[in-house]
Design a protein around this ligand. Structure first.
Ligand code: ZN
Length: 172
């Protein structure tokens, strides 16, 4: 297991729509392990493969934030099959948009189908932070960031800030 570098806004790869996984094999599992390692190391509660530069439909999450009782969840080809009408607001952040947090309103609950590490078809019913986190990660697979749920003014402002920071870094 190794940690991999996380790509940062405004990396254009973050806008890619990721491809479905055709076979959950050892390569896919090795990627999941690296993604978990990268996520825990960051630290974060969710990571999509595109955030380590790989446009494939794999997501890892663990919302426990408990070093001693980890509950990692690996979702391959996750698909939202139901969203509640009731909504919830969480302050979201993203490892690809470091140190920026903003409240986002999303459906409070969701039901997601996916393949697990063994390639078996599963379903999970999520609420609370897990529901928000999984919706945020599935957005990544479709090239959508949490800032895309904000007002255009807020979104443009954060994109500008990160674009400027990137320019300064490449000039340094
Ligand atoms: Zn994110």
């Amino acid at each position: 297991m190794t940690t991999r570098p996380i790509i940062i806004l405004p990396d254009p790869k973050l806008k890619l729509v990721s491809d479905p996984v055709t076979r959950v094999d050892d390569d896919a599992r090795a990627l999941m392990d690296d993604m978990l390692e990268t996520m825990y190391h960051a630290p974060g509660i969710g990571l999509a493969a595109i955030q380590v530069g790989i446009p494939t439909r794999i997501v890892v999450v663990d919302v426990t934030r408990d070093e001693d009782n980890k509950e990692p969840l690996c979702l391959v080809n996750p698909e939202i099959i139901w969203l509640s009408e009731e909504t919830a607001i969480y302050e979201e952040g993203c490892l690809s948009i470091p140190e920026y947090y903003e409240e986002v309103e999303r459906p409070a609950q969701c039901k997601v189908s996916y393949l697990d590490r063994k390639g078996e078809a599963c379903e999970i019913h999520c609420d609370g932070l897990l529901s928000t986190c999984i919706q945020h990660e599935i957005d990544h697979l479709n090239g959508v960031l949490f800032i895309d749920h904000l007002s255009r003014l807020k979104r443009d402002r954060v994109i500008r800030r990160f674009t400027k920071a990137q320019k300064q870094e490449s000039n340094a």
